[in-house]
Ligand binder design. Structure first.
Ligand code: OTN
Length: 518
């Protein structure tokens, strides 16, 4: 068992001169590398590339939740076929308040619901198909899972995101299905009017579209205008089956999303990328400045980004011209063996130790943790999942507390607030003096990525022990947030050494904590 922790350890940060070194030219989101750029110029561009405000907010959210729910919950399958009778979604009760309470308590800032998974079944009252909750017995066909979730999110102060699967097996397999039906592209108005179901939002769009892209955009319009603010649009890259050479008109999707939900990040395209696995694995160095052959602002197809990303070697061996693009990784992983709830006897559930470890490596490794907690057939979280969430939330709170925690009692320096990227100091040789000797085993470092860029490639931390400097930890990059885990060390002075960086290394935050396992 874990004992309650002592209060946050007070550490003095010797940012006596919270200086603001002169800025290089920064670029927001994307910068082009020209054939004439030397290796030095490329590295300088990478070191001065900052995220968009949307991306910065996504990094600040840090820990967010995923809800896979639908016919698969009842059929106990991971991948539906599209042939399911909607009635298999035999929901009798729905406890979205409980989902939100548990996710909030775990420390999550947003929840993303699979409003439509690959099977094509819709969890909201869409106007454009009957393959969904309107054809089930839940509330006599009047129920709306997204509506209930959006109300609970509002009550619990959680942001809301939607997963609207681009793949759609119902539309692929049905005789009159729209996916890959070889329909010609013609000018169409989004949203398409449906008699008796007017829209309060009077925005309209005109695009040249085929049937499936029109269907997808009509649904996006409903989701982005009728359920309150949507903070993330999750575009899965999975393709269970393809038909008829169907393509996705992402240029139109992007315009609709940016117009109706300008603050929403788009997963799987130019705002947030897949980390590359679904097992909670993280890279030792997750650099978020990645490369593209084309300008991602106009790209329509985004391949999964796997393997080594964002290193000097990748930049300098890339064929020119190319684009450097800020693209944070989202580490998506399920608390259960599988994305959907199956059963409580045989389906493995990750331990709190395991989830907390993933949390520290992902949120503390310059990425975002998207943890899936699938509701069960009673419309609740299984107690096995909920107890893990509670324990993880307790460890996060008791170890890291609320907010930034740049440590109380600092003499002179400004407090670098969580997410505040405006104050920074030179990182190399930075000395942190504690008010008294303390025992610590966690250090958080932050770079001012929002205003300067990601620069640090490797660092070491020294502690003064018995009057001598001793190296107690080392690591790779820092970025938005690096959680450094080290054995218990008792000291009254810490020193940061930067071993390698792409430009002048700066820190906007340093914090120290003690995690107690027992
Ligand atoms: O079979 N798959 O489609 C698959 C198997 C294992 C791991 C991932 C996938 S699909 C993959 O899912 C990601 C989200 O977890 C992203 O959406 C990727 O774009 C997609 O390729």
């Amino acid at each position: 068992m874990i004992k309650p922790l002592p209060a946050l350890l007070p550490v003095l940060l010797a940012l006596a001169v919270a200086c603001s070194p002169s800025r290089n030219e920064t670029h927001v989101g994307t910068v082009r590398v020209d054939p004439s750029d030397t290796e030095e110029a490329i590295i300088e561009k990478a070191a001065n590339l900052v995220p968009t405000p949307r991306q910065l907010e996504a990094m600040e959210n840090g820990f967010i939740g995923f809800l896979h729910f639908g016919p698969n919950t009842f059929t106990q399958r991971e991948w539906g076929t599209g042939f399911e009778d909607p009635a298999v979604f035999d929901l009798k009760e729905l406890h979205t308040d409980e989902w939100c309470r548990e996710m909030k308590e775990a420390g999550m800032k947003m929840v993303i619901l699979t409003v439509k998974h690959h099977d094509g079944f819709c969890l909201w009252q869409t106007r454009y198909t009957t393959h969904g909750i309107m054809s089930t017995g839940y509330k006599d066909g009047k129920g709306d899972v997204l509506r209930e979730l959006s109300e609970s999110c509002r009550e619990y102060g959680l942001k809301l995101g939607i997963y609207l699967s681009p793949a759609d097996l119902y539309q692929i397999e049905s005789p009159d299905g729209l996916y890959g039906n070889l329909s010609p592209k013609t000018m169409r108005t989004i949203p398409r009017e449906v008699e008796g179901r007017p829209f309060a939002n009077k925005t309209t769009f005109r695009f040249e579209l085929d049937d499936y892209n029109e269907y997808y955009l009509n649904q996006l319009f409903e989701l982005l205008t009728e359920y309150g603010p949507i903070s993330e649009v999750w575009l899965d890259g999975a393709h269970p089956k393809r038909k008829g050479g169907q393509t996705y008109d992402y240029t139109a999707w992007r315009e609709v999303i940016r117009t109706l939900a300008p603050d929403a990040t788009v997963f799987g395209r130019e705002d947030v990328r897949w980390c590359g696995n679904e097992a909670g694995e993280t890279r030792d160095a997750e650099f978020n400045v990645v490369t593209f052959d084309e300008d991602p602002a106009v790209m329509t197809a985004f391949e999964d980004m796997l393997g080594e990303l964002g290193t000097r070697e990748v930049y300098t061996s890339h064929a020119k011209p190319f684009y450097l693009h800020y693209l944070p990784a989202e580490t998506d992983v399920s608390i259960r063996a599988g994305w959907f709830f199956s059963d409580d006897e045989n389906q493995g559930v990750r331990s709190a130790d395991n989830v907390f470890d993933i949390y520290e490596r992902s949120v503390g490794g310059n990425s975002i943790l998207l943890l899936n907690v699938p509701p069960n057939r009673e419309g609740r979280f299984s107690e096995r999942d909920a107890s893990v969430l509670r324990e993880v939330g307790r460890r996060i709170r008791e170890t890291y507390g609320e907010g930034c925690g740049l440590l109380a009692g600092a003499k002179g320096p400004k407090r670098a607030l969580d997410g505040c990227q405006d104050t920074w100091a030179k990182a190399d040789g930075m000395v942190v003096r504690l008010r008294e000797p303390v025992t610590l085993n966690r250090i958080i470092l932050r770079e001012p990525v929002g205003s300067v860029g990601e620069r640090i490639e490797s660092f070491a931390v020294d502690a003064r022990i018995d009057g001598r400097w001793t190296e107690v930890a080392s690591g790779t990059n820092v970025g938005f947030r690096r959680i450094v885990r080290l054995p218990d060390v008792t000291t009254d002075t810490l020193r940061i050494r930067i071993l390698s960086s792409r430009a002048e290394p700066l820190l906007s935050g340093i914090e120290a904590y003690r995690y107690q396992e027992k």
